[in-house]
Design a protein around this ligand. Structure first.
Ligand code: PLP
Length: 254
C-alpha cells in the first residue's frame, strides 16, 4: 500500500477503508447493544504533523496520542493550529502526575481515556480549573485492565463501580464518558469473541446497574487496527486505529 511519493492518497484511502469497515461492522452488531455510531480515533503516534493534516483535510477530526510530550508538541504545532481548527485530541497513554499540566495545557485536548486511579482523577479535576474554557468539563474515560496483565495499566474490572462513583461524586470538573481497554495483543478471533471486549462490556453492564446509569450514554473504547471491526460487533463506541490509516510503525523494542 505505502508509497513515499504519494502519501496523500494512502491516507485518504486508509481512512475511507476504515470508515467503510466500521459501517459494515455496525450492521453486524448484536441488536441488544446500544446502537451508537462509533467514533473513529485516528492514532497518530510517531507520525508527523503533515500526515495528521492530510487526515484532517480528508474529514477526520478525532486523533489519539499515547505520550504527553508528543501530544503537546503536535497540538501546538503551528501548521496544525492553523489548518486543523476543529481537531480533537484524545490522550490514550499512561498519564504521570508530573505531566498533567502539560497535557491539560495542550490546545484542542478533547478527552483523557486513561484515568486509572482516584488520585489521578482528583488531580485532573483540580488542575483542569486552570485550563478549561467556558466552564467546560474535561471528558474522561476509565481504563480497565481487562486482561489482568501486569504490564498493562488500568484498574481491575471489579473496581469499576468504585472509581466511576468517585468521579461522579467528587470530580465536578470531569465529565465521565465511558470505559476503555487495551487488552491482549494478537488475540485469535477464530477462538471466539475476544474476552477483553466481553469483559469491558460486562463492566459497563454492571456499572450501569449499580449506579443506575443510562447504558446508551456510557462509551466503550476498544479495538485497534487488527480488531476494530470485531470490537464494534461486541459494542465498541470508540475505536482507536493507527497503523491501517497511517502505515505501520517501526516495531518497538522493550
Ligand atoms: C497505538 C495504539 C492504538 C492503535 O494501534 P494500531 O494497532 O496501530 O491501530 C490504539 N490504542 C492505544 C492505547 C495505542 O497505544
Amino acid at each position: 500500500m505505502s508509497s513515499e511519493s504519494d502519501p496523500e492518497i494512502d491516507i485518504m484511502f486508509g481512512l475511507k477503508n476504515v470508515l467503510t469497515k466500521i459501517e459494515a461492522a455496525v450492521g453486524r452488531r448484536n441488536k441488544d447493544l446500544p446502537q451508537v455510531i462509533p467514533r473513529l480515533v485516528a492514532v497518530s503516534k510517531i507520525k508527523p504533523a503533515s500526515l495528521i493534516i492530510q487526515a484532517y483535510e480528508a474529514g477526520q477530526r478525532d486523533f489519539g496520542e499515547n505520550y504527553v510530550n508528543e501530544l503537546a508538541e503536535k497540538a501546538s504545532d503551528p501548521s496544525i493550529l492553523d489548518k486543523c481548527k476543529d481537531i480533537k485530541w484524545h490522550f490514550i497513554g499512561h498519564l504521570q502526575t508530573n505531566k498533567i499540566n502539560k497535557l491539560l495545557g495542550s490546545p484542542g485536548l478533547f478527552m483523557v481515556q486513561t484515568v486509572d486511579s482516584e488520585k489521578l482523577a482528583e488531580n485532573l479535576n483540580k488542575q483542569w480549573l486552570k485550563y478549561r474554557k467556558e466552564e467546560e468539563k474535561l471528558k474522561v474515560m476509565i481504563q480497565i485492565n481487562t486482561s489482568n496483565e501486569e504490564a498493562k495499566n488500568g484498574i481491575h474490572p471489579s473496581e469499576t463501580t468504585k472509581l466511576v462513583e468517585y468521579v461522579l461524586k467528587n470530580c465536578p470538573n470531569l465529565d465521565f464518558q465511558g470505559l476503555m481497554t487495551i487488552g491482549q495483543y494478537d488475540y485469535d478471533v477464530s477462538k471466539g469473541p475476544n474476552p477483553d471486549f466481553l469483559t469491558l462490556s460486562k463492566c459497563r453492564q454492571e456499572l450501569c446497574e449499580n449506579l443506575n446509569l443510562d447504558i446508551n450514554k456510557v462509551e466503550l473504547s476498544m479495538g485497534m487496527s487488527s480488531d476494530f471491526e470485531h470490537a464494534i460487533e461486541l459494542g465498541a463506541t470508540t475505536v482507536r486505529v493507527g497503523s491501517v490509516i497511517f502505515g505501520a510503525r517501526p516495531p518497538k523494542n522493550k
